[in-house]
Write a protein that binds this ligand. Structure first.
Ligand code: 2P0
Length: 329
């Protein structure tokens, strides 16, 4: 196969509506539960990978600076490809996020999705989207979902005893256009990352078995709501999944409290808007930011309400976007 040796790819973060929290197998990075997400359009990670025979080690640069603390996971991702292409050599990886890194905005999702697409193109491995999603999942669970646009499910291969995952698109971005307002409450990096938080939760939270046991029902309900474009039903299951994820994490020892005061205020504001007939619901990931998902016609109203919440520093807006893709030939 032809090798271009370098390639650039772009990927967008995704926001889980049914949350992934917990690992079934840490070494293989197998999630304990399936998840369903929406891929965003305006936020992005752009990654260039260049294989270079002159390098004696991989190099990773994020947002214009060497990022040695994050390089380990990047090297492991490159190694997944070098297992297949044994003479690939070392690479220089340059990545740029259009949004704050590590602050609950899914930068690892867009980051590893862009990386696997860029590496696949540079090395000419020609893997399918599903295979690329599986490699991305091994690097960061949520990254598998950013390989696809629109509504995406990361689930288990039937009959695999949950030891193999598969990522599928449920609906394209244009099939049910939704909009998302992200209320930035703090752009600081979160004190406990998702991976450590999940492991602490699994080890110490008394609610963990109930969280895992309830996930399939949420996935069924969300899938059905998405198929029927039933906003109310999707709102109910997404808010429930989010609150359950935070409840199980709060019950860990020491408890994981990702929310700030303004986070909670935003949740109240969003519920109040819905009570007044505005089609909007919330979700919150492993950070203080609040994501308000709404129909596009309601976006202006939602952002102007959230902008008034004391402690909201800024707002980002997005629609639904496409999966990770190569930018240059
Ligand atoms: C999600 N999160 O479904 C959930 C909700 C955060 C809260 O997936 O350990 O960075 O790298 O597999 O993908 C963030 O987890 O975790 C995440 P790893 P990842 O979006």
């Amino acid at each position: 196969m032809r090798r271009t040796t370098d390639a650039t790819a772009i990927a967008h973060p995704n926001i889980a509506l049914v949350k992934y929290w917990g690992k079934r197998d840490v070494a293989r990075n197998l999630p304990a539960v399936g998840s369903i997400s929406i891929t965003l359009d305006t936020l992005s990670t752009t990654t260039t990978v260049a294989f270079d025979g002159a390098l004696d080690g991989d190099q990773f640069e994020l947002d214009g600076r060497p990022a040695p603390d994050r390089a380990g996971r990047v090297v492991r991702c490159l190694d997944l490809f070098r297992d297949r292409v044994t003479d690939a050599g070392c690479a220089r990886v340059t990545s740029r996020n259009s949004f704050p890194t590590g602050a609950g905005l899914a930068s690892s999702a867009s980051g590893f999705a862009a990386l696997v697409v860029a590496v696949d193109h540079a090395l000419g491995t020609g893997l399918s989207r599903t295979e690329l999603a599986d490699l991305a999942r091994q690097c960061s669970g949520s990254a598998a979902r950013s390989l696809f646009g629109g509504f995406v499910e990361l689930g288990f291969v039937a009959g695999s005893d949950r030891s193999e995952t598969t990522t599928t698109q449920l609906l394209g971005a244009e099939d049910w256009p939704l909009a998302v307002a992200v209320a930035i409450v703090s752009a600081a990096e979160k004190p406990v990352g998702s991976t450590a938080g999940m492991q602490l939760t699994a080890r110490t939270s008394p609610y963990y078995p109930a969280w895992v046991a309830g996930a399939d029902r949420d996935l069924d309900d969300a899938r059905s709501a998405i198929e029927r474009r039933d906003f109310e039903e999707l709102a109910a299951v997404a808010e429930s999944s989010c609150l359950k994820m935070h409840a199980v994490a709060l019950a860990a020892r020491p408890g994981l409290l990702y929310w700030h005061g303004a986070t909670v205020e935003c949740l109240h504001r969003i519920r109040e808007l819905r009570r007044h007939g505005v089609p909007v619901f919330f979700t919150v990931d492993a950070g203080p930011q609040v994501k308000a998902v709404c129909i596009p016609e309601a976006l202006h109203r939602v952002t102007s309400e959230l902008a008034q919440v004391p402690g909201v520093e800024s707002l980002l807006c997005a629609g639904l976007g496409d999966g990770a893709r190569v930018l240059t030939e």
